[in-house]
Design a binder for this molecule. Structure first.
Ligand SMILES: C[S@@+](CC[C@H](N)C(=O)[O-])C[C@H]1O[C@@H](n2cnc3c(N)ncnc32)[C@H](O)[C@@H]1O
Length: 385
């Protein structure tokens, strides 16, 4: 089915084979064994309509459906301990290719599941998937959040619907010592950004140690970082361009019985420029922007944008102040991210110590063979001069 180049990719255990490396393909999406000449290479989710035509999920022969469900069981078992010890918490149960389940994401918020299916062959198995998730996890509800544009490339419709039980508009879940909100129907991603969970807990620990007076969370969404550091700060400024996200952030602070932060609806680029011009000072600045590089060709432009906000944030730091900065652009490699920070620090005329360099939460597994499974870069910096 695949040509020699496609075979080399699969032998190196990269799961994707593009249309240009396919010699023959079944006419319908499904789960199929993949061969080069007569040699078995993988079991794969195959879609003749999709540019990424083959997405492998196993590299040994076997029954295609059995093997897919085994992978699901394995992913769920790996999170079983966390589920038992923190049922009111949130976690990623399935991280697509990182868990050998192409295009499938399952996030859990306090025993509610939010499922996103981005491959046609797994989409066709949705009823069986919902049954299995129900049998294994007995959740309070399962929501199909099938509204990501990745589905269009697979010829799939966009929709959001409850597939089992009841799923509320807002789910409250615990992260460390705080309550956070996920809005699975209307929020971004599956309702919250679970990939930053461990970095937010690091932020809480750093804030407890450094006791920042004034904090700025510049791309705050529903205030998940801000609420982690707020108990250790005197004053919290929370900024986002989405009024809906800011309203939710206000609720999150109320739920945690914390004083209301200053909520600022603004473009972060404009706000940071104006604050630097006014020589404002913050003891902790958090930058968790959306992806600025959705395609490889965006990287140069994205680097300029990342540098602009980081440079301003560095200028705003009080002596000894902390900058927590992230990039979720897969196309921006870690080396380029650190180089951008080096250039921004140079232009800002600040010396910054690297306190920590991290990635995404451990339940978003990264396969070294599949760089696409890892996308989040995170650095904690301290102004030391
Ligand atoms: C990756 S999310 C932040 C997630 C958040 N830190 C958390 O842990 O839940 C990025 C946020 O930036 C906001 N945003 C995007 N572009 C912006 C801009 N130019 N100015 C202000 N906010 C922006 C989006 O509305 C979104 O809420």
């Amino acid at each position: 089915m695949v040509n020699a180049r496609g075979a080399r990719r699969l032998l190196a255990r990269h799961p994707w084979v593009y249309r240009s490396d396919i010699e023959a393909v079944p006419d319908r999406p499904g789960l199929y064994p993949v061969y080069h000449r007569r040699r078995f290479l993988a079991l794969a989710v195959v879609n003749p309509r999709s540019e990424i035509t083959v997405r492998a999920y196993a590299f040994e022969p076997g029954d295609p459906a059995d093997r897919l469900w085994q992978n699901l069981n394995r992913a769920l078992s790996a999170r079983a301990r966390d589920r038992q010890t923190r049922p009111e918490g949130a976690r990623r149960l399935v991280h697509a290719e990182g868990d050998f389940l192409p295009g499938l994401v399952v996030d859990e918020y306090a025993s509610h599941l939010v499922v996103t299916v981005n491959t046609a062959a797994i989409d066709a198995l949705t009823d069986a998937l919902v049954d299995r998730l129900n049998q294994h996890l007995a959740p309070r509800g399962i929501l199909l959040k099938n509204d990501s544009r990745g589905r269009l490339a697979e010829g799939l419709p966009l929709f959001v619907r409850t597939a089992l039980g009841a799923v509320p508009e807002r789910i409250w879940f615990r992260e460390g010592a705080r309550w956070l909100a996920a809005d699975p129907f209307s929020g971004q991603k599956t309702g919250a950004f679970l990939d930053q969970r461990e970095n937010r807990l690091l932020a809480a620990a750093l804030a407890a140690r450094h006791r920042p007076r004034r904090v700025l969370d510049a791309f705050a969404y529903q205030g998940a970082f801000a609420v982690q550091v707020a108990p250790h700060a005197e004053e919290v400024w929370l900024l986002d361009r989405s009024p809906k996200a800011l309203e939710a952030a206000g609720e999150v602070f109320r739920k945690n019985r914390l004083p209301q932060p200053r909520l600022i609806e603004a473009n972060a680029f404009d706000f940071l420029n104006a604050a630097a011009a006014r020589q404002r000072r913050f003891d902790l600045v958090i930058l968790d922007p959306p992806s600025f590089a959705r395609r490889k060709s965006d990287v140069e432009r994205a680097l300029r944008a990342y540098k602009a906000i980081n440079l301003r944030a560095m200028q705003l730091l009080a002596d000894g102040g902390l900058l927590l900065t992230a990039s979720c652009s897969f196309h921006l490699e870690e080396g380029a991210f650190l180089e951008m920070l080096r250039e921004a620090a140079g232009d800002a005329g600040r010396s910054l110590a690297l306190l920590a360099k991290r990635g995404q939460a451990a339940d978003h597994p990264v396969l070294v063979n599949v760089p696409e499974t890892g996308y989040l870069k995170f650095a904690a910096l301290k102004a030391v001069g």
